[in-house]
Design a protein around this ligand. Sequence first.
Ligand SMILES: [Zn+2]
Ligand SMILES: [Zn+2]
Length: 344
Amino acid sequence: MVPIGGLTCCLSAAALYFLGRSSGRDAEVLKSVTRVNQLKELAQLLDTACKVLPLVVTVSGRVGSDTPINCEYSGLRGVIVEQTAEQHFLKHNDAGSWIQDSALMLSMCKEVPWYLDDGAARVHVVGARGATGLVLTVGSEVFEESGRSLVRGTLDYLQGLKMLGVKRIERVLPTGTPLTVVGEAVKDDVGTVRIQRPHKGPFYVSDKTIDQLIANLGKWARLYKYASMGFTVFGVYLLAKHAFQYIMERKRHWEMRKRVLAAAAKRAGQDEEGLNGKSESGPSDHTKKERLMPDLCVICLEQDYNSVFVPCGHMCCCMACSSHLTNCPLCRRRIDQVVKTFRH
Ligand SMILES: [Zn+2]
Ligand SMILES: [Zn+2]
């Protein structure tokens, strides 16, 4: 039997440990990025900084665009707009009841060139949709109920589906949102400064400040560390318990085998004494022992065993002795059921 529980705990602990370590590392990286307090300083910084190394910075400002999108449903003006439509329906399942389910019908995302503005300067942000921490505001969420008609109802019934309606959700990054962006700053030939995903390093677009981001990552790193330690302790405990139980079972097994063998030898001796008063040693005696040994009940050592325990499956007792037992004498597992066995 493999100790699944203990192994799972230890593997979870390892996974949590690595998660914690990566969160901790991300926090350290965020602490080391160059903080640009005013966007207009960024262009100068890029001129003076070493041109070979990528410059990872953090900047803050409000979202703006020359060509913002006017949202269809919410009426908001945004720079990233994501629309999804989900079909909601009731499905007839095998058990004969109706369960609610949904399927994504449509998912669209639009993005226009946008920038961060702090009142004095602008910095363009590129590829923000793939960044960590980007949360779009739910601009509108409407549910359009599907109409009911006789034809529709019949069709639904035949398909085992009942249409409920369509849910349309519009998520927006509205203009004017204060954001913090962490990424690589680059300046193109025209002199426009933009921030993009670094080849290696963090890329954040978040409504939290850089200090909040660092604090959050630190918090997660600690949480993962403690959870990892907890799982390790518990996993080791489970493994040790399993090992201990295994050793004890082997020990009991061995002791009972000894007892059964002794009883069988005694009985064989008596039988032979009764027959010719003189026992012969040799291979025939040995095979007799082997044959007699496994058949004896380990409790009374008199009857042959003729019962099997459920669920452990051990066969070592007679039906009479089994009726007094609540746990298996070999493995100590609870006996739920005793099944009589028959030999031919
Ligand atoms: Zn017995
Ligand atoms: Zn057992």
